[in-house]
Design a protein around this ligand. Sequence first.
Ligand SMILES: C[S@@+](CC[C@H](N)C(=O)[O-])C[C@H]1O[C@@H](n2cnc3c(N)ncnc32)[C@H](O)[C@@H]1O
Length: 298
Amino acid sequence: MATTLTSAPAVTTTASSSESFQRYYEEAGPDYAAWSPNFNMHFGFFRCGMNPFDREYMLEQMNVEVLRHLNLTTESPSILDMGCGLGATLRSLARQLPTASLHGITLVPWQLEQGRLFNESSPGAAQIVLTLGDYQHTDYASESFDAVYAIESSCYAAGANKSAFLQEAHRLLRPGGRIVVADGFLGPGTLRGPQKSICRTLCDCWAIDTLGQIGPFTCELDRLGFRDIVVEQMQARVTPSVLHVPWVTLKFLLTSVVFGRRKMTRARWNNVLAPILLPFVGYPLGPMAYYLVSATRA
Ligand SMILES: C[S@@+](CC[C@H](N)C(=O)[O-])C[C@H]1O[C@@H](n2cnc3c(N)ncnc32)[C@H](O)[C@@H]1O
């Protein structure tokens, strides 16, 4: 996939606009092609009966699972992807919801440009609108969405309870609207000894300021007036796709670095290192785990 520079305006925000965040996604972003040709920039969802070797299928199932939790009731819903990457999930939704109005917001200009290019060759292109901006402070009108979701993007929001992110989601949702968040959080338990510094290094590698904590996150949902809050620990569901990491990393290093002779920057090495560190702080060795949280705006 070609990397092109963009003329889109820079965005200023609080937590996630740090230089390292932009550098990470600009330099390492294209490398996600090694993980998913469709740029599903997340882990996969596995259930018995699926082929655990078919990574792209499991990544696609994560999109399906998020959609299922949205519990949509209207025929032509308006949906926002908060931290949409290149829009892979929105293109997946477009295939299943041909009359939905689909929006995505990302903080990375490169993702916006490449996402729009992907959309041009996708059947649901006319339904999808991608925007550059900070999901914590958007320009969308209040109560303009039936559903919002965030897949592995809420981790970049400010604070352990992701308050600014949740407040904006609450403002954007109509009463009765749904929020679904799929992401890594610190769960019950504590980081012990070297796990603390491993976790800090892991976050630095992925340019995350403050990892979310599932307890404070759900308390904040409750405080804001969300109801029907359901928290599902999905570590076992994502593990089969996580197990693809060593193989994908080896293949990437051989094809891109050893034989492809592409220049490796620090951000690109960080993207190689982060998933390797994950098992040392992740469940069952550590308190970090993958959660799917859903709730309804009162
Ligand atoms: C790991 S990617 C996941 C992308 C997408 N959800 C997917 O699953 O393919 C994280 C995404 O969060 C976005 N993001 C992080 N902080 C953001 C913010 N403050 N506002 C908007 N997008 C943000 C990044 O731009 C990136 O697109």
